[in-house]
Design a protein around this ligand. Structure first.
Ligand SMILES: [Fe+2]
Length: 398
């Protein structure tokens, strides 16, 4: 994040002794990127954040990846991975669908609150397909609902709270091994969103109030386990004190939410290329979203995507809502993911290209990830692959 926010009790100057009303010293903790040389925040904690009583291994399950060979485009039905509608949590029960060294993409349907968790590998961007949940972190709380992206900086201690009886939350999880930010071309050289960007600071939701253990009815002195995903696997740290103990914080690094309905689509007389739909970027991948919009004001405009060979990337499309006219006849529907690989040219299925001529608006909602290195298949992909997408472009007329 690039703009300054301050929440709760924060001293006037940094790095000076800051005491609670009862005289006890607070502990200043920096969470910062690139070795004290980039975006950071300072938190003021009741307890020493380093205090861990015990540590044990944690083995995230289903982390293996498999070659996409022979190389084929694929269609996965993510809803089929959770036929009983959930009962799991957002952290431990993700099913890995696709991944490489830069990003791992998974899906979960969860009806329970997760343990506290910290991803030390990179930032996470969790897209809420459906349902509601609350992200509780050392920075405060963010309520999340359908269409929200929740961007969680690397190593932020947080958990996903699903209210009892609220129904499961469906989450499409993008885990980077880098940072996830708005595209740099949307920002001024000082970090403000430009007028030409399709969203801006006022579209982002940030924590507005501190969140302490007692605020959520829990014991501040209780030992609490925190799951940590890190290079080489996972671990559990049993923290001496409840991690929700920051009385305030200030800085430019914190979790935030952005709803894709607040993305103002860039449209034109003829079809716009996918970069017009970009919403975030990470190292060697981008995130785009397609939202309902007017299209093709030019007479005779073909509004479906022209056929394209992604010579430098693999393309993942998660279909969220609406109608996907370009995929007509392929079986793609809400909850589907398609994988269009480099080395294969793709575009609309038969009939859809011509049918799109003269269309004035599209009602589609989808999230796309383009990776610049090939994607491998997770167990969630192998289990939900329809096995027939390869031939969905064949001309059936003959
Ligand atoms: Fe494409």
């Amino acid at each position: 994040m690039t703009y300054f926010t301050s929440v709760g009790e924060v001293p006037r100057k940094r790095h000076l002794a800051h005491r609670r009303d009862d005289g006890r010293l607070l502990y200043e903790e920096m969470i910062g990127e690139e070795g004290f040389s980039s975006t950071s925040s300072l938190l003021y904690r009741r307890n020493i954040p380093s205090a861990i009583a015990r540590s044990a291994p944690w083995e995230p399950t289903g982390a293996e990846l498999h070659e996409n060979r022979p190389l084929i485009p694929r269609h996965f039905d993510l809803h089929a991975l959770f036929p009983d509608g959930g009962g799991r949590d957002v952290v431990r029960h993700r099913r890995l669908v696709l991944g490489n060294d830069d990003v791992r993409i998974s899906y979960v349907v969860a009806g329970e609150t997760s343990p506290f968790y910290r991803n030390a590998l990179g930032d996470e961007c969790v897209f809420i397909e459906d349902g509601t949940a609350r992200l509780e972190s050392v920075f405060g709380a963010l309520d999340a609902g359908p269409g929200d992206y929740l961007v969680v900086p690397r190593a932020t201690t947080h958990r996903w709270v699903v209210a009892p009886g609220a129904g499961p939350v469906r989450a499409f999880c993008i885990e980077a091994t880098s940072h996830i930010t708005p595209p740099s071309r949307y920002l001024s050289r000082f970090g403000q969103f430009l007028e030409s960007a399709p969203y801006c600071e006022r579209d982002l939701r940030v924590p507005r109030a501190r969140l302490l253990a007692e605020d959520v009815g829990e014991d501040p002195a209780a030992e609490v386990d925190v799951l940590i995903k890190h290079r080489g696997g996972g671990s559990v740290h049993t923290c001496q004190h409840h991690p929700l103990d920051a009385v305030g914080w200030a800085g430019c690094l914190y979790p935030y939410a952005f709803n894709l309905r607040d993305f103002e689509p860039i449209t034109g007389r003829v079809i716009e290329p996918p970069p017009a739909h970009q919403v975030f970027e990470g190292r060697d991948f981008v995130v785009c979203n397609f939202v309902p919009r007017k299209v093709g004001y030019h007479e005779g405009a073909v509004t479906a995507p022209y056929y394209h060979a992604n010579v430098d990337s693999d393309e993942v499309m998660f279909y969220v809502a609406g109608r996907y006219e370009a995929r007509s006849g392929s079986g793609v529907r809400a909850g589907s993911v398609t994988l269009h690989t480099s080395g294969h040219s793709h575009g609309p299925q038969p009939g859809a290209y011509e049918a799109s001529i003269g269309v004035e608006a599209v009602d589609e909602t989808a999230v796309m990830i383009d990776t610049f290195r090939p994607l491998l298949l997770g167990d969630g992909a192998l289990e939900s692959d329809d096995g027939v997408y390869l031939t969905s472009w064949l001309d059936r007329a003959d």
